[in-house]
Design a protein around this ligand. Structure first.
Ligand SMILES: [Fe+2]
Ligand SMILES: [Fe+2]
Length: 257
């Protein structure tokens, strides 16, 4: 990583951590950010499970087992965020049933062109620039792309979750419970980054690993810049990710081991 990328990485992480800390500290914005995390964490489970199966088929039992454990961890992380939302009487909005209730939308916003434009302006669109959706599926993603891109995300997530946990207020039990959960998640993300780093070293030389990691660090810096720019311009008009949880049944307390 060159010095400029490193400086921008620090500035970018600082800026995104600042926004995230603000959002999680404030009880009004906390549900939305928790819902975003729940979707991201739970959403990665099928992908990781499929990757684990693919690794097994390709004869890499070491990687298959690591990916299986990774999927289990992410499932638990999703549950921790779901539980924190439930404690605030919120849940992730059911977009599927809401969109199927609407009549077929043929407006411009549904065209592929607009969608790919939106993707290009998003964090992930910038991060994976040059890769089409098909190339990023578990069945065909290049292992090096998966390992290096996920390594950077996991490494940064471990620090971001720890920082956000510390931003949570101490004065109520729900926030304290969430703080413990997030510190626990941060530790898991460190473990994920470590096995991915090891996985790269099992496949290539230390110099090649460094080059690959540098490439994805630069991509992350660019993606964070896009994210922060959109935040500052107020152009991330994302819909709310939560709705009120009207279920009367209270879930059993989630034990965070
Ligand atoms: Fe996670
Ligand atoms: Fe993770």
């Amino acid at each position: 990583m060159n010095l400029l990328t490193y400086m921008m990485h620090l500035a970018g992480s600082g800026a995104s951590a600042y926004f995230s800390a603000l959002q999680i500290r404030d009880i009004k914005t906390r549900p939305n950010i928790l819902a975003g995390f729940q979707l991201a964490e739970s959403g990665s489970v099928p992908f990781l499970t499929n990757l684990s199966q693919r690794a097994a088929q390709e004869g890499d039992t070491w990687l298959a087992e690591k990916l299986r454990l990774h999927a289990e961890d992410e499932k638990r992380h999703g549950q921790i965020f779901a539980h924190a939302l439930k404690q605030l009487d919120k849940k992730v909005r059911d977009f599927k049933s809401q969109s199927s209730n609407k009549s077929e939308d043929k407006s411009e916003s549904n065209t592929g062109e607009k969608k790919s434009k939106q993707r290009g302006n998003s964090f992930f669109g910038t991060y994976y620039e040059g890769y089409e959706g098909e190339q990023l599926k578990a069945e065909c993603i290049d292992w090096n792309v998966f390992m290096a891109s996920t390594y950077i995300l996991e490494l940064d997530a471990s620090k971001d979750f720890a920082r956000m946990a510390k931003a949570l207020p101490e004065d109520d039990s729900k926030a304290r419970n969430l703080k413990l959960g997030m510190l626990n998640i941060a530790e898991d993300e460190t473990t994920h980054a470590a096995y991915l780093y090891e996985a790269m070293h099992r496949r290539m030389s230390a110099i090649q690993v460094q080059q690959l990691v540098d490439e994805w660090r630069s991509r992350k810096v660019n993606a964070i810049t896009t994210y922060v720019t959109n935040k500052l311009k107020g152009t991330d008009n994302a819909p709310s990710l939560t709705e009120d949880d009207k279920s009367s049944e209270k879930e059993a307390e989630l034990v965070i081991a």
